[in-house]
Design a protein around this ligand. Structure first.
Ligand SMILES: Cc1cc2nc3c(=O)[nH]c(=O)nc-3n(C[C@H](O)[C@H](O)[C@H](O)COP(=O)(O)OP(=O)(O)OC[C@H]3O[C@@H](n4cnc5c(N)ncnc54)[C@H](O)[C@@H]3O)c2cc1C
Ligand code: FES
Length: 279
């Protein structure tokens, strides 16, 4: 290995440290973190970082903010186990290790002049916010924009204030599976798929972008098929167990593809022959 590639390899395996500047409870399970990095991350929407705690471990976490020139990084972390559990105890001023950005992400230019339908289920809104934010900020570059957001109940809804603000520039339909006797100022009780039959979509220029629990993809695709949206125009953001994040360890393999390097964003036409990809 040349000196140059050795240095490059070291850089992707050795984390740098980010200082937490803000932590907020979003729901009972999810916290928002704003982290100041030593230099701008230089990411594109849909990419992720590996977040680590020395001596504890590492977890892939989606970048939740759009591309930015400052040194800030925004993450939404659900408490799921050993790493995320300790991350939830961190306070402003403390450090977390970061590697990345990794993954392919979205090329935003693909959507210029097109209509967009975002389908965000639960925590799926966290990664899709990295694309929705620049779309809303450059609204004139896109056609119709529809954002369908689904949560299990009102207390599980993420980014409520932003969803309401986006409604000034896009069609936002906020759904909950069940209102569950909680205060709710959203649009519908029912699954996030329920509004799709009522949408007026032009298959020649509509792109759909999906992120949510695996079961959601199947049902959203059934509805989009009825609207005639070609599978080349459906993007899905997939999650797989990961270790290295850079296509070396094979942990995240989906048949011949590595989710960390070739994804996590895939066109449905590229993965639909891989049934396990959507399971
Ligand atoms: C590309 C990508 C982006 C992600 N983005 C986010 C994000 O923005 N926010 C967020 O909170 N989480 C995200 N995740 C999931 C997150 O990485 C896992 O929840 C985390 O690794 C769990 O680590 P842990 O050590 O806390 O839990 P562990 O102690 O490892 O596991 C706790 C429990 O969660 C299960 N689990 C662990 N990892 C996964 C997984 N990837 N899928 C399903 N079940 C799992 C385990 O089986 C176990 O039951 C993302 C994952 C990927 C691959
Ligand atoms: S996580 Fe190692 S190859 Fe993808």
């Amino acid at each position: 290995m040349t000196h140059h590639t050795l240095e490059a390899t070291k850089e992707v395996f050795v984390p740098f440290f980010g200082r937490i500047v803000e932590v907020k409870d979003m729901t009972a399970r999810e916290k928002y973190f704003k982290v100041e990095l030593p230099k701008p991350l230089g990411h594109v929407p849909g990419q992720f970082v590996m977040v680590s705690l020395p001596g504890i471990g590492e977890a892939p976490i989606s970048i939740s903010c759009g591309p930015r020139n400052d040194c800030m990084l925004e993450l939404v972390i659900r408490k799921a186990g050993s790493v995320t559990g300790v991350l939830h105890t961190l306070r402003p001023g403390q450090l977390m290790g970061i590697r990345g950005p990794f993954g392919n992400g979205f090329k935003i230019e693909t959507f210029y002049g097109k209509d967009l339908v975002f389908v965000c289920g639960g925590l799926g809104l966290a990664p899709l916010r990295s694309l929705i934010t620049p779309v809303i900020e450059n609204r004139e570059k896109f056609g119709n924009v529809i954002i369908l957001s689904g949560a299990r109940n009102p207390s599980e809804e993420l980014y409520r204030d932003e969803l309401k603000a986006w409604a000034n520039k896009a069609t936002v339909i906020r759904c909950v599976d069940s209102i569950a006797n909680m205060p709710w100022d959203g649009d519908r009780e029912g699954l996030v798929t329920a509004p799709i039959p009522g949408l007026n979509l032009d298959p020649s220029k509509t792109f759909a972008v999906l992120c949510g629990p695996p079961v959601m993809y199947k049902f959203v695709v059934i509805e989009l098929d009825k609207k005639g949206i070609p599978h080349e125009q459906i993007f899905i953001d997939l999650e797989r167990r990961m270790r290295c994040g850079i296509g070396k360890c094979g942990h995240c393999q989906i048949n011949a593809r590595y989710c960390c390097r070739d994804g996590p964003v895939f066109r449905l036409s590229d993965v639909k022959d891989l049934p396990e990809a959507l399971a």
